[in-house]
Design a protein around this ligand. Structure first.
Ligand SMILES: [Zn+2]
Length: 165
């Protein structure tokens, strides 16, 4: 038995990272944010919602339940493919944006968590864009070298056999 195998036996097995289901927390956050927003802007009280906000919240909650991303979903206010419809999405984002400031005062922990979640989505987007630009660069280089080899005079390209590829 090699040393590595022995080590593997002694060392604890690394656990697979668990996928946390943050959806219930997000729903709770949305509900509370709506309450604060509506109370401040629509003359309602005690976290209750006016009919308009109730309707919007119902739509939002229903859509979250059916989100194609499942529990790995990005938070709704940072989602690239919002499913609420154009106008409801605008209203939703406006409420979340304005309500989060109030959330910071009344439910700081929840507000901070939400902020972190939105930063996480941003980070993932940046990473993905980086990857895609890298791919684009590779593609560019490929095309460039293809053009270079195609435009090279036959004399200079013949002697060296290209074994790469
Ligand atoms: Zn309202």
């Amino acid at each position: 038995m090699g040393i590595l195998d022995k080590l593997k036996k002694i060392l604890p097995k690394r656990k697979e990272p668990e996928l946390k289901n943050n959806v219930p927390k997000e729903r709770e956050n949305i509900r509370k944010t709506f309450g604060l927003y509506c109370n401040a802007n629509h003359g309602t009280e005690g976290g209750r919602l006016c009919p308009k906000c109730t309707a919007l919240l119902t739509t939002v909650m229903l859509k979250i339940q059916r989100c194609p991303y499942g529990i790995a979903k990005p938070i709704c206010d940072a989602c690239e493919t919002p499913c609420f419809g154009e106008v409801p999405t605008k209203e939703f984002r406006a409420i979340m944006k304005s309500g989060q400031k109030k959330m910071l005062l009344s439910h700081p922990l929840m507000a901070v968590r939400h902020k972190i979640a939105s930063l996480g989505v941003e980070y993932a987007k940046i990473q993905r864009d980086k990857k895609s630009t890298n791919k684009q660069k590779e593609q560019e280089e490929k095309v460039k070298s293809q053009i270079a080899s195609a435009t090279r005079s036959p004399k200079s390209s013949k002697p060296k056999k290209r074994r790469k590829k």
